[in-house]
Unconditional design. Structure first.
Length: 335
């Protein structure tokens, strides 16, 4: 049995007694009922974009990451483009709504925020986690009060039918999905009709040619971490919720005093290499926005959450160690 509380703690930020108590209790319970061993790595990341934006976005991803265009899945109201590096790293599922008048739960998460509402269909949706026994995992999580979309809901949302999908978090607005897959089998998403889009393929190939011309094609590695910005009061509960849904452990938190915020890191108990299952990071203000004027404190993270809503802030790629033209590879890539 995996012991999730056995990993050494990093960082300098102090947590509340509530957090420390329930961190230990939740991870002990997760281990003892077998959830930690049933839930494995991040299989895929799901992103939705506004109408007409997916092909351009895939071109950006093809240039800036090692991802390859694999296939397009077409359903009644959406295109879902699948990008892959290999079976040792998460896929990217880029979902585009066909009609800007289409409404749904993910759009509604954007519309109550002033900047998020400008692009109502563009947001990070969440992660797909590989599991050994999806029925067993769902049953355990429902007993722990997590709520799932019904199969009819999943069909109406036009999401892959072979996923079990937890309803959006009240703290991060992200979803967590489970997919059962033996390690010796390929990832398959049960959704719509599959084809290779000529338009996507042309943009993808042009981006890869430019990547080679810039000599960065061998320097960019898979995803290292995902960073989600949340409200200050939700820092601890968002971390505990994610740990309850996944097989990650709490690595630790660092206080970023000049930004009046903290960086809070969780990592997979099963994979030492983040490129196999990325670290999941939460950033939050140390104080809520309405008191910052009293002490003249900065509030970039809280301002972001108030403008866009709690959501993913960035996806960080790893870079190969070494030098190119007497510069660190990472400097060569970003320049």
């Amino acid at each position: 049995m995996t012991i999730s509380n056995s990993f050494p703690r990093q960082g300098d930020k102090q947590n509340s007694a509530f957090f420390e108590e329930y961190l230990e209790r939740l991870l002990q319970e997760r281990d003892s009922i077998g959830l930690t061993d049933m839930i494995d790595q991040v299989e895929a990341l799901m992103i939705t974009v506004d109408p007409g934006q997916s092909i351009r976005y895939i071109g950006e991803l093809a240039l800036m990451t090692p991802y390859q265009y694999l296939v397009t899945l077409e359903s009644k109201s959406h295109w879902t483009h699948v990008l892959r590096v290999d079976m040792n790293s998460p896929d990217l599922l880029i979902r585009e709504v066909k009609d800007r008048r289409t409404r749904g739960i993910f759009r509604s998460l954007n519309e109550v925020y002033p900047v998020g509402a400008r692009k109502p269909n563009s947001r990070y949706m969440g992660e797909v986690l590989r599991v050994q026994d999806m029925h067993g995992v769902v049953e355990c999580q429902q007993q722990r009060q997590f709520r799932f979309f019904s199969q009819d809901d999943v069909r109406k949302l036009e999401l892959p039918g072979n996923l079990a999908i937890v309803k959006p978090s009240p703290y991060t607005h992200n979803i967590v999905c489970y997919m059962e897959r033996p390690l010796d089998q390929l990832r398959i998403y049960a959704l719509g009709n599959s084809s290779i889009s000529p338009e996507v393929q042309d943009v993808y190939l042009a981006a890869k040619e430019l990547q080679k011309k810039l000599r960065i094609d061998d320097l960019i590695l898979p995803i290292d971490h995902l960073a989600t910005r949340i409200y200050s009061q939700n820092r601890e509960v968002a971390i505990l919720e994610w740990l309850s849904l996944s097989s990650y452990y709490y690595w630790g938190s660092y206080n970023i005093s000049d930004q009046n915020s903290s960086t809070n890191v969780t990592k997979s108990v099963h994979h030492n290499n983040e490129m196999h299952s990325p670290a999941k990071v939460f950033t939050a203000n140390n104080t809520p926005y309405f008191v910052n004027h009293l002490d003249g404190l900065p509030s970039p993270t809280e301002t972001f959450a108030r403008n866009y809503g709690p959501r993913l802030h960035h996806i960080a790629m790893a870079a190969r160690d070494g030098e190119t033209d007497r510069r660190e590879n990472i400097e060569h890539v970003v320049s």
